[in-house]
Design a protein around this ligand. Sequence first.
Ligand code: ATP
Ligand code: MG
Length: 481
Amino acid sequence: MADILIIDDDPEIRLILTKYLNEINHMPMVVETLADGIDAVKSVDFALVFLDVNLPDGNGLDALTDIKNNGSEPEVIIITGEGNAKGAQMAFDSGAWDYILKPFSNSEIKLQVQRSLEFRESKRALKSSAEYILDRSGIIGSSPGLMSRLSMVAQCAKSDANVMITGQTGTGKELFARTIHTNSLQKENSFVVVDCAALPEQLVESVLFGHVKGAFTGADSNQEGLVKKADGGTLFLDEIGELPKSTQTKFLRVLQERKFKPVGGTKEIASHFRLVSATNRDLENMVEKNRFRSDLLFRLRTIHIDLPPLKDCKSDIKDITLHYIYNLCRHHGFENKGFVPEFLTVLESYDWPGNTRELISSLEKAILADSGSPMLYSNYLPNHIRIQYIQSSLDKKQKNPLITRQNPDSSRTMDLFENLFDPVKPLKQVKELAMDEIVKMYLKKLMQSAQGDFEEATRLSGLSKSHIYSLLKKYDISRSR
Ligand SMILES: Nc1ncnc2c1ncn2[C@@H]1O[C@H](COP(=O)(O)OP(=O)(O)OP(=O)(O)O)[C@@H](O)[C@H]1O
Ligand SMILES: [Mg+2]
């Protein structure tokens, strides 16, 4: 819940705004005059102010700078019944977040509240990270999405609050968890990983809390658990959504008291650890279905870092690619390889459902596709990635009929895609047909670009002369200039 102020003399507007804000769990403070509004911002740290223009004791726009420059520097949304371009210009010049005309819709208000509060949070995080030099520990990229998450890592470094990291598979949850540890006060001590998905059901508690000799069959000596091993360091509970419900209850107590009893033991043991957890599951939904304890979720998520999917950070793909090509080439004992521009274009046009992990493994496949080649070409990448690139080029052309008309090949390609799927055939057959067509298109383009010169075609494609020759023969394509 954020601190929000409404300054408006119209009771109806006050009522509607309050109702909309209540629906998204905010309880605004309401005043009717400018003077009361200015008093209020001086005494409360508001995150957001709704400001009317025509107020009984003055013009809201005139007070905008005063309100914005108040200690908590709230975001301000102007609400006016008589909007005009000059007023809007003045509002934006003075740093208003938005200029909304009455009557407004519920969704318009909710969207702007959400956006302005998110903006405020990232501004705050950036500001605090600027004061701290972060050890990135191999996190590559500088897109706004990534930078805002790194700022949160910097924020984590200053406290030992519990952190929850969410995000799709392969987005870097474990990498971020390690980076939080590396930058924390506990960095000299252990970083203990517990993969909750891999814990055998009957042994969960023994693995976490340890056991005493004779606690169960096979427990022939005292055994320390992972929670104790993390004492003084960081405990990373990966895939926390997989923790059995009974263990959730026990773990909640550990979080509250930092004490626990090993299985079969009577003496309490203390462990002071920093907790980081991660999941790609929707824990809110699991709470609704009674599969995850809401009180535990609340405690785990003191700081919440939601990692963006790679497709939302396209500008990072180039840096990540350069970094991993270098590392992978070294790992496999190759000279560092370069890549043709199209290689990157194809990578940047793909959706990456497996995120950075999938990017890394695709780069590795490309590097190994022709170990002798000093350059990486897009045809070294897995087929499904290249097919999506072709599909997205076709979609663009379809949206722009001018391009389609200018290029007779593209209408043929569209026919191809229709023929591929209609009638529906076995997937294996569709893949083979698609691959054949792609290779044919590629070879035509290759020989065109190389102007029929095999040396040049070899250079461009990374294939050997004899390989190109046999492909041209197989697909009955002339090498004409
Ligand atoms: N921004 C990044 N820069 C460099 N490497 C990254 C980045 N993000 C992820 N990686 C790398 O991608 C791989 C996958 O990351 P990680 O294992 O942390 O993902 P995850 O979110 O835990 O995935 P999962 O949910 O499947 O367990 C790792 O090799 C990691 O080092
Ligand atoms: Mg992981």
